[in-house]
Design a protein around this ligand. Structure first.
Ligand code: KG4
Ligand code: ZN
Length: 361
């Protein structure tokens, strides 16, 4: 009988944006992993008055919250810190103040416990979530759509990613948040827009579909946001305000534009992926991750493209789509299983593109 792969128990710490999160996972690649605890403190209320995340407020809140969140994760998992095989913490990319808080806490714990530190790339953690959830094997095509990121990439192995395309300006979630703000809707705007869009007319405003039909797989959302801003300005030019019907129609028309753009870019990426990795007629894996992946209209559209292009779509459950400690802990397990860990003088990084991971390992 083949030997069972060795299982690892890892603490994961996430502080790169406005979630203060810690989780304990147990498992071995390729997954799935067992989530023993997954504690996420969303700082939404602290940032809502500003219509977006304020880095300074986020960093200070992480300092206040993180100890308690880690303690809760350890107690929910019912394990002693000495049972851990390693401590994983997000080392970037993200808001640097927050990254410093989480990484430093991770280093202190690793040092105190005499366990390895794994300095995790936040984007890689999103990318590997499908393995945590259902043990997806490499290679797979990944669409990462969140408040900070909008990227299409081929994941070939842990630490090895081929970037197919990325946004040249705003991220998809950022566009949802900005349009929501224009419509006077609260932050975070994505879920608000999705709800309003359900009752709206998606054809009422012919908003542009930036990059659709263009060569390559890059995205752009700032022109779309500007078009929405101009329409809203025109609708309210005589001093009037938007009523619920108008709001719903703008939301539906905006969401329809985003859906069309995503479908177009994803289709190009699928064709490229198949050429690079596929054997003709094989079903290939397509993973969608990030907060925007909880949008049902977007998921439905991506499911349709997947069917047409012969891909099997996996969307992580919403709790694992948005930022969390479980994905950081899982990335730690993947790296630890390869014998990889990081020195205690590892620097936090505001920018840390996935393609640079290869050289860092
Ligand atoms: O992954 P995430 O929690 O944090 C980042 O790493 O950015 O994603 C948050 C983003 C926000 O911009 C939020 O508006 C968007 O995901 N979002 C949505 C939906 N739910 C969250 N966008 C569209 N439709 C949704 N249902
Ligand atoms: Zn994220």
């Amino acid at each position: 009988m083949p030997a069972m792969p060795r299982e690892f128990t890892v603490l994961g710490i996430e502080t790169s944006c406005d979630e203060t999160a810690a989780a304990i996972l147990r498992g071995a690649p390729p997954g799935p992993g067992t989530i023993l605890a997954n504690v996420v403190h969303r700082q939404i209320a602290a940032h809502a008055p500003y219509g977006g995340v304020v880095p300074e407020i986020a960093a200070r809140a992480h300092v206040e919250l993180l100890d308690g969140v880690i303690a809760r994760a350890l107690s929910e998992a019912a394990i002693a810190p000495s049972d851990l095989d390693g401590v994983a913490a997000t080392a970037g990319p993200g808001l640097i103040g927050g990254v410093m808080v989480g990484l430093l806490s991770g280093k202190a714990l690793a040092l105190g416990l005499g366990k390895p530190l794994i300095a995790v790339n936040h984007l890689e953690a999103h990318a590997l979530t499908a393995r945590l959830v259902e043990g997806t094997t490499f290679p797979f095509l990944l669409l990462l759509i969140s408040g900070g990121h909008c990227q299409l990439m081929a994941a070939e192995a842990v630490g090895r990613y081929r970037l197919y395309g990325a946004t040249i300006d705003d991220a998809a979630g950022e566009a949802f948040d900005k349009v929501a703000k224009l419509l006077g809707l609260p932050y975070p705007g994505g879920p608000e827009i999705e709800v309003r869009a359900k009752t709206g007319n998606p054809k009422r405003f012919p908003f542009p579909r930036p990059m659709r039909g263009r060569e390559g797989m890059d995205f752009s959302f700032s022109g779309l946001k500007t078009a929405v801003r101009l329409s809203v300005a025109e609708l309210t030019s005589n001093g009037g305000s938007l009523n619920d019907t108008l709001r719903a129609d703008v939301a539906a028309s905006f969401q329809a534009a985003v859906v069309d753009v995503l479908k177009d870019r994803v289709r190009v990426a699928m064709q490229r992926f198949r050429t690079e990795f596929g054997i003709k007629n094989n079903v290939l894996n397509f993973i969608v991750a990030g907060g925007v992946a909880s949008n049902q209209a977007i998921c439905g559209a991506l499911k349709q493209v997947s069917g047409e292009e012969g891909f099997a779509l996996t969307v992580a459950p919403p709790a694992l789509c948005t930022d969390n400690g479980a994905m950081i802990a899982w990335a730690g397990i993947e790296r630890l299983a390869l014998g990889w860990s990081d020195p205690l003088d590892t620097a936090p990084k505001a920018r840390w593109p996935l393609e640079l991971l290869d050289k860092n390992t």
